[in-house]
Design a protein around this ligand. Structure first.
Ligand SMILES: [Zn+2]
Length: 215
């Protein structure tokens, strides 16, 4: 058997026949026929498993993004235990929302992002900001000069890290969002410096855009 296999290879090396003819020569050997089948099947199987992983990952991401308390229309306050939050939120959102973490600057996809739409609290769905009030602050985090409404945000004095700052939290679920500073642009002069991880963006619908910009 080994002799036959070697013979086949030698024949290919010595013979300057076209590629198609070489394949026929190889297929004369039963072992090589099996090898061809393996070469055809293995990449196919790899692609299948890759597709399944991708679908699974996307499904999981969508589920993780919408905690049980998430609602864009229910304005009732959300008061649940830290343990329950931990179960519902992804580790990244939990760290910012419940442990007052700060994402690394320049890492948010919303930092340089100018799509028209609305930004909601990623933990509870409370509407926080509209894209019209977003501006390039250069500070490394998504920045806005005004929240959607007075109930969007809660203001908390923050004297941690030797600084006198004002923390901003979600008005519905008290998730930590970031801080507000008085060096923003007109008309408010405020800069709401927000962690992108806690923002959930929804693009403006085509009909609304048409309504705002007729013709
Ligand atoms: Zn919230």
């Amino acid at each position: 058997m080994l002799k036959q296999k070697r013979k086949g290879f030698c024949r290919i090396h010595n013979n300057p026949a076209p590629p198609l003819l070489r394949i026929f020569v190889i297929l004369k050997s039963e072992e090589m026929r099996h090898l061809v089948w393996i070469l055809i099947l293995v990449p196919g199987l790899t692609n299948c498993s890759y597709s399944q992983n991708t679908v699974k990952k996307n499904t999981m991401t969508n589920n993780e993004k919408k905690p049980a308390v998430y609602s864009k229309t229910d304005s009732s306050k959300v008061e649940i235990s830290d343990e329950e939050w931990k179960k519902m939120l992804s580790p990244e959102v939990y760290n910012i929302a419940r442990q007052k973490g700060t994402e690394r600057p320049w890492t948010s996809k919303y930092e340089k992002f100018d799509e028209k739409g609305t930004y909601y609290c990623a933990a509870c769905g409370n509407p926080l900001f509209v894209s019209d009030t977003k501006f390039e602050s250069g500070c490394g985090w998504p920045s806005f000069y005004q929240p959607i409404s007075k109930t969007s945000i809660i203001y908390i004095p923050d004297n941690s890290h030797g600084m006198a700052r004002t923390e901003v939290e979600c008005g519905r679920c008290k998730a930590h969002l970031g801080h507000v500073f008085e060096d923003g642009p007109p008309p408010t002069g405020l800069r709401y410096c927000i962690n992108g991880v806690i923002l959930d963006f929804e693009k403006a619908k085509e009909t609304e855009k048409k309504y705002k910009n007729p013709g």
